[in-house]
Design a protein around this ligand. Sequence first.
Ligand code: ZN
Length: 448
Amino acid sequence: MIFEAEWVVPISQQPIRQGAVRVIDGQITEVGLASELRRDHPDEETRNFEAAVLLPGFVNAHVHLEYSVFRGLFDDCSFGDWMLRFMPAKRTLGEKEYLTSALVGAAECVSSGITTVGDTVSDGRAMVNAAKTFGLRGYAFQEAFGMDDTLIRDCLNGLEEKLWRLRAMAPPLVKVGISPHAPYTVSGQLFRALSAYALKNGLKVMTHMAESVEEVTFVRNGSGVLAHDFRELAGWDDLMWMPTGTSVVKYLEQWDALDPDVIGVHLVQVSPSDIDVLAKYDVAVAHCPKSNAKLGCGIAPVGDFLERGLRVGIGTDSLASNNILDMFDEMRMVIFLQRADQRRTTCIGAEQVLQMATLGGAQVLGLADEVGSLEAGKRADLVAVDMKHSHFSPIDDPASAVVYGANQEDVFFTMIDGRVVYDNKQFLTADADEIRSEATAIRSKLRG
Ligand SMILES: [Zn+2]
């Protein structure tokens, strides 16, 4: 089948005006001028999206779909307070409620043009089921926690069991990785053990790193809210924690926790010498600008990451710290925060940030051979963005129109692996109203 639009933005090449993408059995076989594809395949079924921009699906490099019902609950907290309020709230929900929560997030993904997620999971069954329901592609990174070094063996055994369970139930488009949660919830010894486990088993690893000043204070000085209130809440207050006197990135290097299969989420609190370390180990970056800004954590030096050749994708993080899963909003935030911070307009532009939100994210997750751009041979993850009703008119630069002018409501068609999951703004695989009403009931319980 041939899909035509006023603009096709393949990412891997310049935008094509009156372009088309040919899809056969879930795979892209040709990308080019609509007139040429039609001429070469006169009998093929064609769909013309007209005044729309056809893009590869967005790759949300870091999210937690199962936390979607916490949207807007902790709007004005600092990072430390947010963590202290979020942790007990998480314990109040059960398996079925987490499934509903993940469905809320997955629905928002496909209706926003997100076709691939790098999802960090606590109970992965929710995410895997939600991905299956909506046809999402991506990774489920199973979280691991532990500050008590006498329990490392138990932690690894428990993790292995969860990974087997996830692999057994995951649909073909969902891969499984691991996520040592963060330096304030995983001991150095456990980081080392988990890295060795990942290396041995060829697994991708996603870790929250250098997100907040609180985390820096914890690692460097052994003090602050994460050393006291948080550890008490987690039941780790009897365990010894010594100041390390070093940065988060260098601390993780000391425990062999950095390598090219590691995706560092956030990386806000980093110095130029930390970036040298990240470059030395070729760590990939999931940049979450809105979540970082909302929690008052700061702005990651994305321009420096790109200059050093690091792979960078964009993540929304969970709806507990970012109220919408809107990659358009996220792309604008990447650009505007860098420009506001550096007081110059030459750091990052529309084309570059669009690349980060698609191919960049695919590179971060190791999926760039399959998705991230519209190219012959890749899987057909396509998104159509409506420009007819957009405020962004006239259009002669589709990257500019999409990045500066569009938002999640402008997406009206989403295809993943050749399967249409959202069309004319309707979900084709699930009843979104039913999910919404179940989520409302859970929310009342959370508000108590
Ligand atoms: Zn996160």
